[in-house]
Write a protein that binds this ligand. Structure first.
Ligand code: MG
Length: 273
């Protein structure tokens, strides 16, 4: 009887082993459970097209009005918002921390002289920007056959990292940014940042193509000096930059990413009992 039980046990182990591996010896089964008490993800209805706002998005511009914004003098016509050059940047009235952000933009036609040669070059052509938390700029620029420093071209995190590829469309054509931004966690004492507990992270898709992959933002995206973190709130407005060019924007929406859904501060792997 004992022999029989041992044989049965060996057979059972062999059977389990056969189920757990395919012919190439690769693991295919098993019943690992992490033990983390994940909640069932909420059901969200996607837009008909990938760029349409999903049901839980906060729509910042649907083509009809500037109600979500304050600041410079921007006009709305034909479903598009246009910056009146040098009238000032605009900011969302609502403040945001970590977000998924969708923005569509078009750079203006190239100014040309009487011989048909471009008048403006580099940073002077189709310049704007999307400032996450009012401080960290994803550059908007006409980089379609228009050279400038790599970490200042369209798709860059300004003066920090160039886009991985130049996927810009021609002036006047609509382009998209899909941005995933995780807010920084800063220890602030008085008016000083005494510790960057976790930097901000950013991932950017331009026209559906990955251009910035999980970049650790180094701090403020200054023009004239090295970046550093300065005190900010946990939530700040999203800013669209007026850089003296007649830029157009449309279809802007955002989804807040709750802090509970962000990697823990020290990037540690957590296991819950
Ligand atoms: Mg800019």
């Amino acid at each position: 009887m004992k022999k029989m039980m041992v044989l049965f046990a060996l057979f059972a182990v062999a059977a389990i082993g056969a189920r757990a591996e395919d012919e190439a010896g690769q693991f295919v089964g098993g019943d690992y459970k992490s033990g983390i008490p994940w909640k069932t993800p909420a059901v969200v209805t996607p837009g008909d097209k990938p760029c349409d706002p999903p049901s839980d998005a906060i729509v910042l511009f649907d083509g009809t009005n500037m109600d979500a914004w304050e600041g410079g003098n921007w006009n709305v016509a034909d479903g598009v918002m246009t910056v009146e050059p040098s009238s000032g940047s605009i900011r969302t009235k609502q403040k945001f921390g970590s977000v998924q952000l969708h923005v569509e933009f078009a750079t203006p036609p190239v100014n040309k002289d009487e011989n048909g040669n471009p008048v403006d070059f580099g940073q002077a052509r189709g310049n704007s920007g999307i400032f996450l938390m009012n401080h960290y700029e994803v550059q908007v620029l006409d980089s379609f056959g228009n050279e400038t420093y790599p970490d200042g071209q369209c798709g860059s995190i300004y003066k920090q990292v160039p886009p991985q590829v130049n996927v810009c469309k021609a002036p006047g054509q609509w382009q998209s940014y899909d941005i995933i931004f995780t807010r920084p966690i800063l220890r602030i004492e008085g008016d000083e940042v005494v510790e960057v507990i976790r930097p901000a992270y950013i991932t950017v898709f331009q026209n559906g193509v990955l251009v910035v992959n999980h970049w650790a933002i180094q701090g403020e995206t200054y023009f004239h000096r090295t970046p550093n973190y300065i005190p900010i709130e946990d939530k700040e407005p999203i800013q669209l930059q007026d850089h003296h060019n007649r830029m157009q924007f449309r279809n802007i929406w955002v989804r807040e990413i709750p802090d509970s859904n962000v990697i823990p501060a020290q990037d540690k792997i957590q296991h819950y009992e």
